[in-house]
Design a protein around this ligand. Structure first.
Ligand SMILES: NC(=O)c1ccc[n+]([C@@H]2O[C@H](COP(=O)([O-])OP(=O)(O)OC[C@H]3O[C@@H](n4cnc5c(N)ncnc54)[C@H](O)[C@@H]3O)[C@@H](O)[C@H]2O)c1
Length: 258
């Protein structure tokens, strides 16, 4: 197959949970620019519709559906609407994240709230979307984790800032997602579904100056991730170009942890 064809997502229907968020928008843009039909699933449907409309204004085929990943009925409703409106699912990008916990000292009920969406909800939507992909003859699932699921926090990054200690739930559920990726790749064996994980480093989002200085001087590329950095990787794993990559985790951190 020609390399352009291998990377093309033409006629593919792709769901991106949390697709109206920071990394989500970059992912949606990359997939739609590679010619996929992309559906953003998000709790705030008005905002998701607004984001989808702004992509359509640029001739990108992007729509929005409602999802509360912490609610099983909402996941089932999304599945039903996907089939009714788009007839099939080829690729699922498991990207949504809820951040109820603000730091080490946050209430333990915030940890439980996080798990409802980021652990239970993540497994729920993975299993339901995998069923649609299998029913369509196969495809790809990409979990968006974090380098914080692979390593402990580097607390020196927060020196001189008011950012506090990063919350523990984030390290817990992202580490779990990594091994769940391997689990799902094995469980779906023989069904033509690949399951991979991307573990990104921090995306530039106007963080405090002191944090940017602390962080960027440790990155061999001397910067945080920008809005284009994740696009190529997510298109690779979603397309035929990544057809023999399965059960893998790819760290995308500019060399920070090298
Ligand atoms: N931003 C970063 O620097 C960074 C770094 C490494 C990894 N990541 C990973 O990238 C992914 C996206 O993170 P982000 O920074 O873009 O987050 P974000 O907070 O900007 O976006 C998260 C999205 O998830 C949605 N969401 C939250 N709770 C939901 C629920 N119950 N149901 C449905 N949708 C819900 C939000 O509405 C939002 O659109 C996450 O998996 C995160 O771990 C982000």
């Amino acid at each position: 197959m020609h390399i352009k064809e291998l990377f093309s997502l033409k006629n593919k229907v792709i769901l991106v949970s949390g697709g109206a968020g920071n990394y989500g928008k970059c992912i949606v843009e990359g997939l739609a620019e590679a010619d996929a039909t992309v559906i953003i699933a998000s709790r705030n449907i008005d905002h998701a519709n607004e984001v989808a409309r702004s992509f359509r204004a640029r001739d990108l085929d992007v729509y929005a559906l409602c999802l509360d990943q912490g609610d099983h009925q909402s996941v089932l409703q999304l599945k039903k609407q996907l089939l009714e409106k788009f007839k099939k699912l080829d690729v699922f990008i498991n990207n949504a994240v809820s951040r109820p916990m603000k730091g080490y000292d946050s209430a333990i009920t915030d940890f439980a709230e996080s798990m409802q969406v980021n652990a239970t909800g993540s497994m729920d939507i993975l299993r339901e979307m995998a069923e649609l992909i299998v029913a369509n003859g196969g495809g790809s699932i990409v979990n968006i984790g974090s380098m914080m699921g692979m390593f402990g926090p580097d607390l020196s990054n927060y020196e001189g800032t008011e950012m506090g200690t990063p919350p523990p739930d984030y390290f817990f559920h992202n580490a779990g997602l990594l091994n769940l990726t391997r689990y799902m790749a094995q469980v779906l064996a023989g069904k033509n579904v690949r399951v991979n994980c991307i573990s990104p480093g921090g995306l530039f989002n106007h963080q405090p100056e002191a944090f940017l200085n602390n962080y960027c001087k440790k990155v061999p590329l001397k910067r945080m991730a920008n809005k284009d950095d994740i696009k190529g990787l997510v298109v690779l794993l979603s397309s035929e170009a990544g057809a023999y990559i399965n059960g893998e985790n790819i760290l995308m951190d500019g060399g920070l942890n090298a």
